[in-house]
Design a protein around this ligand. Structure first.
Ligand SMILES: [Fe+2]
Length: 212
């Protein structure tokens, strides 16, 4: 074996041994303090035709309260698992209108959706990782025989990390029968926290935690 190149000083170890880590102080291994937000499917209604026009995000605000639904104020932060805020993260947000219809070419009846409702928005987190969106509460819908509780879709990108997930509403009775919601072990992390519920306006807070 003499002269044969090796990856490690001791080839019996494919990775650094435990004794290797013993030389480093405990502070070198920071503990994660926030559980990662679970991922959930992209869904069949990702608005591809709008996502290609990100430079025109102002034209594609998620939904104007004038379309007849209940106003929804969303806010939160994008963090890593060490609870560090991630500024400059890109958030794509899309959801159904109050009648449960997506502005998508595969959506039956899409031509009946109000002109003011785009159902899609792109946000960038601020210095403290915060974000805010004003839209309206989406309605439940059924697709391919699967009933869905009201939810909003998110795709969050920060550097090399991307999370596709969905946010649900607290105490909504349809959550318990939503196939995808119930498939997530730690699904409580997918539920927004109520900040206020005044007549005509529901305010929710939801932090999104990315791997890292
Ligand atoms: Fe959906």
């Amino acid at each position: 074996m003499q002269g044969r190149p090796t990856l490690w000083p001791d080839e019996s170890n494919a990775v650094p041994s435990r004794s290797y880590s013993k030389t480093l102080p405990a502070e070198a291994f920071p503990q994660t303090v926030r559980p990662r937000t679970p991922g959930l499917l992209l869904g069949p209604f990702y608005p591809v035709h709008l996502a290609t026009e990100r430079q025109s995000t102002e034209k594609h605000r998620a939904g104007a309260p004038s379309t007849g639904g209940q106003r929804l104020e969303l806010s939160g932060r994008v963090l890593d698992t060490y609870a560090q805020p991630l500024a400059g993260a890109c958030i794509e947000l899309w959801h159904a209108d109050p009648q449960g219809r997506y502005r998508h070419r595969s959506q039956p009846g899409v031509e009946e959706i109000g002109f003011d409702f785009a159902g899609y928005e792109v946000l960038t987190t601020r210095a403290e990782g915060s974000w805010h969106a004003t839209t309206e509460i989406p309605g439940p819908y059924s697709h391919d025989g699967v009933s869905r509780a009201p939810h909003l879709h998110f795709q969050v990108t920060y550097r090399h990390v991307r999370l596709v997930t969905q946010m649900f509403f607290p105490d909504h009775p349809m959550n318990a029968t939503d196939r995808w919601y119930c498939a997530v072990p730690n699904r409580a992390l997918l539920v927004g926290r109520k900040r206020s519920d005044e007549p005509g306006c529901l305010a929710l807070e939801w932090d999104i935690v990315l791997a890292g």
